[in-house]
Every structure is written in structure tokens, then in C-alpha cells.
Write a protein that binds this ligand. Structure first.
Ligand SMILES: CC(C)(COP(=O)(O)OP(=O)(O)OC[C@H]1O[C@@H](n2cnc3c(N)ncnc32)[C@H](O)[C@@H]1OP(=O)(O)O)[C@@H](O)C(=O)NCCC(=O)NCCS
Length: 162
């Protein structure tokens, strides 16, 4: 792989975010989720429905040919229709990188820029859900996230601005 760059996610990026949502949900080869599985889950669909809504923000990683290779974005959900990481008044993020581009710094770069965007928008905290066993939790801890609640199979993590 050669270089990549990060650009803002725009109104035309709904499909890119949909692909990243599928990547994010399909991390576990021992418990595969098809694209159809992911896109028939009404809670996961909340992360991409009507993108972009006011207050949404995120970034896309692209390769040297400007093809998308990953995405990270956040959205603030209404309290009665949260995503997977419900914490009152705290936006939730999703992060996914295409398999051939993993473990090359793309995920960390996307995460850092999304955190920066959330802070710039005035959010003191940002939340996410990570399934237990996913090494992504190590990335999140190293970027300042801590577990605030745990379900049967996943943890909710929050990062507070420093
Ligand atoms: C999780 C994910 C977004 C991380 O993005 P990435 O580009 O692969 O990660 P990076 O190269 O930026 O690495 C960040 C950290 O992740 C961890 N990591 C990355 N690849 C790893 C691997 N193969 N095994 C274990 N840890 C790994 C390391 O802690 C790494 O930090 P380090 O390089 O300082 O050691 C990406 O691998 C992915 O899309 N995975 C599938 C979907 C997913 O799990 N999304 C998150 C759902 S909550």
C-alpha cells in the first residue's frame, strides 16, 4: 500500500459511510455478518439514515487514486432512538477501514480527526460501542476512551476532552 490522506465527509458520501458501517460491524471472522445482515439492523441504520443531518460530521480516508479506504463519523441521536452507545447528550462514532488497508495507521488517523471535529463542534465527550474481543478497543484506550458500561457482548466507551 502507498499513501493515504484524510478529507472531510460530505453530502455525497452516504455510500462510503454505508460501506464503513458494514466493515465496522463485520470485524469478527468467527461471527460473520453479511452486508444484508448489517443493513437490516434498524439500530445500525440510524448511523447513516439521511446523511448528512445538521450536526453530523466525519472524515474519509482515500488512497492515492482518491478511492475511499475508510471512514469515521459521529452523530448525536435523540435519547429515545440512540445508536449502540447510548449516553445522554453524547454523540456516537463509527469507524471502519477496508481490510487491505488495516494496521497501517488509517484507523488512528481517522479517529483522531473525528475527535478533533467533535471537540470543535463543542462536544465535551464522544462515545462508541465496541464488541468484546475486538482489538479496536486497544486503539480506543490508547486514544483516551474508557469503558462506561458493558452489555452481554459489547462495551460502551467514552472519551472526554482534555
Ligand atoms: C479497528 C480498525 C478501525 C482500526 O483501524 P486500522 O487502520 O486497522 O488501525 P491502525 O493501523 O490505525 O492501528 C491502531 C491500533 O489498533 C491496534 N491494531 C491495529 N491492527 C491490529 C491487529 N492486526 N492486531 C491487533 N491490534 C491491532 C493497535 O493497537 C494499533 O496501534 P499501534 O499501531 O500503535 O500498535 C480497523 O482495523 C477495522 O476497520 N477493523 C474492522 C472493523 C472494526 O472493528 N471497526 C471498529 C468497530 S468498534
Amino acid at each position: 500500500m502507498s499513501g493515504f490522506r484524510i478529507r472531510p465527509a460530505g453530502p455525497g458520501d452516504g455510500q462510503v459511510l454505508t460501506d464503513a458501517l458494514v466493515e465496522a460491524a463485520s470485524w469478527n471472522p468467527n461471527r460473520p455478518r453479511t452486508r444484508a445482515d448489517v443493513l437490516s439492523d434498524p439500530v445500525r441504520l440510524r448511523y447513516i439514515a439521511s446523511w448528512p443531518r445538521p450536526g453530523d460530521a466525519g472524515v474519509i480516508a482515500v488512497d492515492d487514486a482518491d478511492s475511499p479506504i475508510g471512514a469515521c463519523w459521529f452523530r448525536l441521536f435523540p435519547a429515545d432512538r440512540p445508536g449502540l452507545a447510548a449516553v445522554d447528550g453524547v454523540p456516537e462514532l463509527i469507524l471502519g477501514v477496508r481490510p487491505v488497508w488495516r494496521a497501517q495507521g488509517v484507523g488512528r488517523a481517522l479517529l483522531r480527526e473525528t475527535i478533533r471535529l467533535a471537540e470543535a463542534a463543542g462536544h465535551a465527550r464522544i462515545a462508541l460501542s465496541v464488541e468484546r474481543g475486538n482489538f479496536a478497543s486497544r486503539l480506543y484506550v490508547s486514544e483516551g476512551f474508557t469503558i462506561v458500561s458493558s452489555g452481554d457482548t459489547a462495551d460502551v466507551m467514552v472519551r472526554a476532552s482534555r
